[in-house]
Design a protein around this ligand. Structure first.
Ligand code: UD1
Length: 440
């Protein structure tokens, strides 16, 4: 798929199952190399980022297979400790292999993860954690070379609760001798999930999901089976979609506890959220109210990954909504694209003010990044006429079956497999069914 067309104005009704969490699956795939045995991961979403992780595993000499929602990794044949630059660039979270390869092989060579999609994404905290555990870090050309013939447990004090740095510290600590204490650790549910995987592997982990995590390496079990937690960001996206378009939807397979901060904001806006065993009922019918200032923070605060899609839903609020983005510097790249659809949003540094209640109209827009792309889809569902979202590769990094899911909820969504030379005009919007593959 290279573009997505959405004709807005239809309320959403129906039921979908929310995918497994991308941000859990990726570090667990990296962790699968620790034991030199076999790992079976279920509820794994089929995403381009997951395929990138599987390609890294294969490059390292592992066997990695994906069938249905199950990935099997056999790392007994792993020989490599280098991640080629092209693979590092395919996915920013490839850096999560750093701690795992170091723990397994005593050395690792990789390049800086590419680009600056959301602003600078340094890895200084990751490297400092590796050094605390006894690794040396050298830069050669564009490469980073970390070596630690023997990792030793240590105290790792993170100056910011970075998700990736916490995960890398846990992965390296799992292969270290002695106890590692990580303070100011990230508390995201995905960290707890990685901790559960490591425990199943035979590593002693306590405190994962709190700000103090201890890890003590031990003998690894040769076989682990693990089910990935539900994707709270995908769930937040579908809640945003229902809020924007209106309707009643049921999200199966979610973990409401992980959505507390998100649910609080939507309830303030007037969206009904009811928890049932294994399902979340979302109902959005009446007018939306602007929420109090939404400030993104590390978990359990409001997630930065849910900010763009919530912003798109807030375009339907009567009045002004205020956002403060504190995690990433460049996380308002969807704003100029939303403006093409008629949105009135002012950005000043980390603050964005959304003046909602203006009618949105279909437009040709470009997904600037993963969650920004999802925000465009949410806005398109509420807009009059048809929108075409280009650069949908970004969206496919994080959303499994997004076209099918939205279609199942009654939205009018089509995938275009080839980009046309001439950009599609919005003149005849809403008329005619696009010629390319339809998933309706
Ligand atoms: C993870 C998530 C991403 C989410 C983010 C914040 C994955 C694969 N990705 O990304 O979806 O948006 O958490 O919840 O799980 N920082 C440093 N130095 C470092 C590391 C981070 O300064 O060494 C800064 C970053 O620039 C950023 C902040 O810390 O400002 C948060 O980054 P971090 O929590 O590390 O995010 P990621 O792990 O990259």
């Amino acid at each position: 798929m290279s573009s997505l067309r959405i004709t807005g104005g239809r309320r959403l009704f129906g039921e979908i199952r929310v995918q497994g969490a991308k941000n859990s699956a990726l570090p667990i795939l990296a962790a699968s190399i620790l034991s030199g045995g076999e790992t079976v991961i279920t509820n794994c979403p089929e995403l381009s980022d997951v395929h990138a992780a599987l390609d890294i595993l294969r490059t390292l000499g592992c066997r990695a297979e994906f069938e249905g929602d199950t990935v099997t990794v056999d790392s007994s044949s792993m020989t490599g400790f280098e991640i080629p630059d092209a693979l590092m660039r395919r996915m920013r979270s490839s850096v999560i292999f750093l701690g795992a390869i170091l723990a397994r092989c005593g050395q690792v060579t990789l390049s800086m993860p590419g680009g600056c999609e959301l602003g600078p994404r340094p890895i200084d905290l990751h490297l400092a954690a590796m050094e605390r555990l006894g690794a040396s870090v050298a830069r050669q050309g564009g490469n980073l070379i970390c070596r630690a013939p023997k990792l030793k447990g240590a105290r790792v004090d993170l100056s910011f609760p970075s998700v990736g740095a916490t995960e890398n510290a846990m992965l390296a600590a799992a292969g270290a001798q002695g106890v590692t204490l990580i303070t100011n650790a990230a508390r995201e549910p995905e960290i707890l999930d990685l901790g559960e995987y490591l425990k199943a592997l035979g590593v002693r982990v306590s405190g994962a999901g709190t700000s103090t995590v201890t890890v003590e390496g031990g003998r690894f079990r040769p076989f682990v089976r693990h089910r990935v937690i539900p994707d709270r960001i995908a769930a937040a996206t579908y809640i945003s979609a229902a809020a924007a378009a209106g309707g009643n939807i049921v999200l199966r397979g979610v973990e409401p506890e992980h959505l507390t901060a998100v649910a609080d904001v939507f309830r303030e806006m007037g969206v009904g959220l009811t928890c049932r065993p294994d399902a979340l009922l979302v109902s959005a019918g009446g007018p939306l109210r602007p929420p109090r200032t939404v400030t993104t923070r590390p978990y359990p605060g409001f997630p930065t990954d849910a900010q763009p899609t919530l912003m798109a839903a807030c375009l339907g609020c009567e009045g002004a909504s205020v956002f403060v983005e504190t995690i990433f510097e460049n996380r308002y790249r969807h704003v100029p694209e939303l403006a093409r659809m008629g949105a009135d949003i002012r950005v000043d540094g980390r603050v964005a003010i959304v003046r909602g209640g203006r009618p949105l109209h279909g437009a040709v827009v470009e997904a600037p990044d993963l969650r920004g792309g999802a925000a465009l889809a949410v806005a398109a569902l509420a807009a009059e006429g048809t929108s075409e979202i280009l650069e949908t590769g970004h969206i496919l990094r994080g959303y499994e079956h997004i076209t099918e899911n939205l279609t199942a909820l009654g939205a009018q969504v089509w995938e275009e497999t080839e980009r046309k030379d001439e950009r599609w005009s919005t003149k005849g919007e809403g008329k005619g069914v696009p010629a390319a593959r339809s998933s309706m």
